[in-house]
Structures are given as C-alpha cells and as structure tokens.
Ligand binder design. Structure first.
Ligand code: PLP
Length: 382
C-alpha cells in the first residue's frame, strides 16, 4: 500500500531533524535561525526543558481523565491564566478545546446562543481557521463549504463608519483579529477597536478578538486587550498558548458566560491534564519577570535590524512583525534568499510582506544575526 500526503502544503526544502530554542537543526547539522516559530506556536522556543519536564511529570501522574472530573492541572492553569487577564467586572470563564478553529467556532456559538441572533460581522482579510464556521468568517478564495452556518456580513477592515452602520440589533457577534496576521500583519487604524467596542455596547453584539496569533505575550503584553486598551466580550487563543502542545481556549466575560446553557459546549480532549499543564507553564512564563520586556526589547531590535536592504517599512507589534518590501520585490523570493543564509521567515497573503513570528524567547542578539543576513541581501538581487 502506498500513502502520500494530500496537497495541503507546499513544503520548503529543509530536512529538519531537531530544534533547540530559536534554531532548527537540519540533517546535515546546519542550524537555521527560526523567525517563523511554527507561526506563533513555539512561544517558549522549541524543546523548552522546563515544559518538557512538566509534561513528562504530568504524563506519569495523570495522563488523561474525562472532563466530568476535576483535576489539579486545571486548577493550576486557572490560577496562572487568571493572573494575565485584563480587568473585567464579573471575571472571566474559559472553555478548552484543541485548536484555534475550534476556539473560534465556540466563541461564535456562545455569542449567537446567548444573544439569540443569527448574524456575525467579520472583515476583509480575516483568517479564523478552516472548519465550517471559521471558514465562513474568513476571507478566503477557497471556502470549500457549500454554505455558511449563519449570516455573515463582511466589512472593509478599519472602516469605522461601515462598522457603525452594520452593527445593529440583528448582529450577535463581531469577530476580528486585533492585528490581521495572514492578511499581512495589518494593524487596526487608530480608534477602530474603540469604535467596535462602542458599537457592540450599543447593539448588544459580542465583541470577539481572535488572539490565536496575537495572544500569550506576542504583542509585548499578555493579550491584545492590554496592548490596545480595548477589552472584548470573548477572546480566543491557541498556537502559542500551549507552546507546541495543541490547545484552543475560548475565554468569555462572566457576564456572557453566566448565560451559557449547560450542554451547549463540550470536547473530549479539550482541557485534558497535559494540555492544561502546558498552558499553565506558558501563562507562568508570560507572567514571569523580564519575559514581556524581552519581547518588547527584541521587537525594537528586530525592527532596527529589518530597516535596510529590501525593506521599506515595518509594521505590527511585539514579535508579530510585517516587513513591507520595496516595490517590485516578492516576499517569497526574499524568504528563499534568507533561507540560503540560514534564516527562516514567513510569507502571507500579501506578496509584498515578509512575516516574522519568532519564539518569544528570541533575544536582541538574535536580531543582530538577522540584521547581518539582511545586510548581505542588500547587495544581492532577490
Ligand atoms: N485564527 C487565526 C488568527 C489563525 O492564524 C489561525 C491559524 O493559522 C486560526 C485561527 C486557526 O487555528 P488552528 O489552525 O489551530 O485551527
């Protein structure tokens, strides 16, 4: 019997045999500086020894138990996760799944069930995952599903007037990435998030932040709510929240969570001891002295290192950066040229933007290494 992969991914020509912190190790022993970080997944770097030990210990102590029973890793996770949350009267509630798409599906499900409405507002450029509801909310050329599971209103990103007009009492949820990553690390224009917050307050719609990429310290604050000063009704996260261990989290303000009927939500694996042990370690790391300061310092160093050669400007925040290339240059070509110099970077839907989403443990000195490779590119035709 033959087994091959589906055509889902076009893979880069690297034979990876290992990874250590911010470096990939190739079969020939070469080390590649990973500024992609599994796009935002390796928040603590690859193979973090503390996380490895915690997971091994957790596996031996309690590898899995049904969600019908409580367990110590869940209680420890609640305590660590709570310490990074934005202030909200009534506190927060969390529902655990295994991926970003699931976290988003459940956020929308809660919003529509609680508001008793059927319409969701989303934005051009959005990406929220590949399951049915997440696809319906994403701006994708290949939706794959024959119809949407609810009414979708798609608005131009950053258009406050259009949003204010559309978010009326028929809308149950407004979903967005606080910084649109796949679209090209596109930040919200000044005042946009505040306007969405006010429109949702007026209409009774839930404001949902998809923090699958921007969360867990990525922007130099625990969550986008603290970075932008706008607190959503629900937010979701995944990727870096488990630092490589699959997890999805739907985090709900108590005022919404209190109105969830029992039976609405459920997951077999979500909230298992291993995933919550991993998420607990990440939350503790994000809260630890110097962690977010390092994200901010490395962000500054990476920005400085990037502003040369093929780059015209840098956008984004913390360690989610988009490098806007000079006219005529393609991000895929610059990525390939950097890869030949031992640096892995990412592309996105905008072909003129090179994307950086490295481990949050990357240091300012690694930025120097990136700058030197970039300097060399200035003299090379990419
Ligand atoms: N939301 C955002 C912003 C994402 O970037 C992604 C994945 O890239 C998802 C949701 C979906 O996450 P997952 O692939 O874990 O389902």
């Amino acid at each position: 019997m033959q087994l091959t992969e589906t055509t889902a991914y076009r893979r880069l020509p690297l034979d990876v045999v290992g990874a250590e912190d911010c470096e990939l190790i190739l079969a020939d022993g070469t080390r590649v500086l990973d500024l992609y970080g599994g796009h935002c997944v390796n928040s603590l770097g690859a193979g973090h020894p503390g996380l490895g030990a915690a997971l091994a210990e957790q596996w031996r102590t309690l590898s899995f138990v049904t969600n019908l029973l409580d367990h110590a890793p869940r209680r420890a996770f609640h305590e660590a996760f709570a310490s990074n949350l934005p202030t909200s009267e009534g506190g927060w509630q969390v529902f655990c799944t295994n991926s970003g798409a699931e976290a988003n599906e459940n956020a929308v499900k809660v919003s529509l069930a609680v508001s008793q409405r059927v319409r969701v507002v989303t934005f051009n450029g959005a990406f929220h995952g590949r399951t049915a509801a997440a696809t319906a909310l994403s701006d994708t050329a290949a939706p794959g599903f024959p119809m949407n599971p609810f009414e979708v209103v798609r608005l131009p990103w950053g258009d406050t007037r259009a949003a204010e007009a559309a978010i009326d009492e028929s809308v149950g949820a407004v979903m967005l990435e606080p910084i649109q990553s796949l679209a090209g690390v596109v930040e919200p224009p000044a005042g946009f998030l505040e306007a969405l917050r006010a429109a949702c307050d007026r209409s009774g719609a839930a404001l949902i932040f998809d923090e699958v990429q921007t969360g867990s310290g990525r922007l130099g604050q625990p969550w986008a709510a603290q970075h932008f000063g706008v607190v959503p009704d629900l937010f979701t996260t995944a990727k870096g929240a488990g630092a490589g261990f699959p997890i999805g989290l739907t985090v709900v303000r108590g005022t919404w969570g209190d109105r969830i009927e029992p039976g609405l939500l459920g997951s077999t694996f979500g909230g298992g001891p291993l995933a919550l042990r991993a998420a607990c370690e990440v939350a503790k790391a994000v809260a630890s002295a110097g962690f977010l300061e390092n994200v901010r310092a490395t962000s500054t160093a990476l920005r400085a290192a990037s502003l040369r050669g093929p780059v015209r400007s840098v956008r984004g925040a913390g360690l989610l950066l988009g490098l806007e290339l000079r006219p005529g240059l393609r991000a895929a070509d610059v990525r390939d040229a950097l890869l030949e110099r031992g640096i892995l970077t990412g592309t996105c839907n905008d072909p003129s933007i090179l994307r950086l989403s490295p481990p949050l443990t990357l240091g300012p000195r690694d930025a120097q290494r990136f700058g030197e490779a970039f300097e060399a590119l200035a003299t090379v035709e990419v």
